[in-house]
Design a protein around this ligand. Structure first.
Ligand SMILES: NC(=O)c1ccc[n+]([C@@H]2O[C@H](COP(=O)([O-])OP(=O)(O)OC[C@H]3O[C@@H](n4cnc5c(N)ncnc54)[C@H](OP(=O)(O)O)[C@@H]3O)[C@@H](O)[C@H]2O)c1
Length: 292
C-alpha cells in the first residue's frame, strides 16, 4: 500500500508517496481503508520543523474511512468511521491507504454528509470543543474568537453559538468578514485595534494575537496558538487530546444540522505537495482534503 512519508524535514518537496508494508491490526486495534484525510497546520509544521516522531514518518492526523478488519467488538468491516490520531506524539500517521488504530480513537462517521467530507472534522473539531471547554464557555458568555475564518476558529464560532453564548470574531482579512458572520458571529472585525475594549467574558485565540485589551475584567483567555500567552491572569493554553467521545459528540452535531463543515479544496493524495503549497499560501476558507 502507499503512504505519504517524509525522510527529512523541509519544504513540500520532502513529501513523497512510498510503497510501505500493509499494517496488521494488533489486540484492540482496527484496520481502516482511508477515504480521506485533511491538512492541518501541524502537518506542515511536522514536515518543516525538527519535531515529531523518528524519520521516516507517515504524516497526518485526520481520518475518514471504512473498517476492513477489526479486533474490537465495537467495530465491524464496513463501518464508516472517523478518527483523530496524535501523529506527532505517537507516530501513527493517517496519510496512508490503510491505517491501523486503537479502537478507542474511532467514532462513527456522521451519516448526513459524504464520508470524504467527514475528514474535515476530527482535529479541528476536537480542538475547538476542548478549547471552549477549557474556557468554560456557557450561554451567559460574550465570547471573542480570533482566526474565526480558519478551521478551528470556524468550528469554535459554531460550537460557542450552540451553547447560547454571544460570539464575536476577528479574522485576518476583510474578505473573510462575511464567512465569520455566516458561521454565526455577531460583531466581526479584521483589525485588532478596532475591537471593543474590556468587553468579552471569554477569548479563544486560534491565531496567536494578543487581544487581552478586549477581555472583560475577570474574563477567561484560552489560546491554542504557538505564540507565548499574553500576561493575563489565568490565561491558559489548550492542547488537543485524542477523545472518541468528543468526536462522537461533534459527529452528532453535524448530523443534527448544528455544525457545518467547510471544504475549500480536494487533492488526490499523490498531489500532496500541491496541497501543502496551497495551504501555506494562506487565505483558505475551509479545509483542504486529501482523498485516497
Ligand atoms: N494547541 C492545539 O492543540 C492545537 C490544535 C490545532 C491547531 N492548533 C494551532 O492553532 C492554529 C489554528 O489552527 P487552524 O487549523 O484553525 O488553522 P487555519 O485553518 O490555518 O486557520 C487559521 C486562521 O487564522 C487566521 N489568521 C492568521 N493571522 C491572523 C490574524 N493576525 N488575525 C486574525 N486571523 C488570523 C488565518 O487567516 P489567513 O489564512 O488569512 O492567514 C486563518 O483563517 C494553528 O497555529 C495550529 O497549529 C493548535
Amino acid at each position: 500500500m502507499r503512504a505519504i512519508r517524509i525522510t527529512r524535514h523541509g519544504g513540500p518537496e520532502v513529501l513523497s508517496v512510498r510503497e510501505v508494508p500493509e499494517p496488521t491490526p494488533g489486540v484492540g486495534e482496527v484496520l481502516i481503508r482511508t477515504v480521506a484525510s485533511s491538512l492541518n497546520p501541524v502537518d506542515w509544521k511536522t514536515r518543516a520543523w525538527d519535531v515529531g516522531p523518528e524519520l521516516p514518518a507517515t504524516l497526518g492526523w485526520d481520518l475518514a474511512g471504512v473498517v476492513t478488519a477489526s479486533n474490537h467488538p465495537r467495530h465491524r468491516p464496513g463501518d464508516q468511521v472517523i478518527a483523530m490520531s496524535a501523529q506527532i506524539a505517537t507516530g501513527r500517521g493517517t496519510w496512508a491507504e490503510q491505517v491501523c488504530l486503537p479502537a478507542g480513537l474511532l467514532a462513527a462517521a456522521p451519516t448526513t454528509l459524504a464520508l470524504q467530507d467527514a475528514a474535515a472534522l476530527p482535529l479541528a473539531g476536537v480542538t475547538a470543543l476542548q478549547a471552549l471547554n477549557r474556557a468554560a464557555v456557557t450561554d451567559g458568555d460574550n465570547v471573542l474568537i480570533t482566526g474565526a475564518a480558519g478551521a478551528v476558529g470556524g468550528i469554535a464560532v459554531q460550537l460557542a453559538r450552540h451553547t447560547g453564548a454571544t460570539v464575536d470574531a476577528l479574522v485576518s482579512r476583510p474578505e473573510h468578514l462575511d464567512a465569520a458572520r455566516e458561521l454565526g458571529a455577531t460583531g466581526v472585525w479584521h483589525l485588532p485595534a478596532d475591537l471593543p475594549r474590556r468587553t468579552y467574558t471569554a477569548v479563544l485565540d486560534t491565531a496567536g494575537i494578543d487581544t487581552g485589551p478586549a477581555l472583560a475584567p475577570g474574563g477567561r483567555y484560552v489560546s491554542i496558538a504557538d505564540q507565548p500567552l499574553p500576561d493575563i491572569p489565568g490565561a491558559a493554553k489548550s492542547y488537543v487530546q485524542e477523545n472518541r467521545d468528543h468526536l462522537a459528540r461533534l459527529a452528532a452535531l453535524v448530523d443534527g444540522g448544528e455544525l457545518r463543515l467547510r471544504i475549500a479544496h480536494r487533492y488526490p493524495f499523490h498531489e500532496v505537495r500541491s496541497a501543502h503549497e496551497r495551504f501555506e499560501a494562506g487565505g483558505v476558507l475551509g479545509k483542504i482534503l486529501l482523498t485516497f
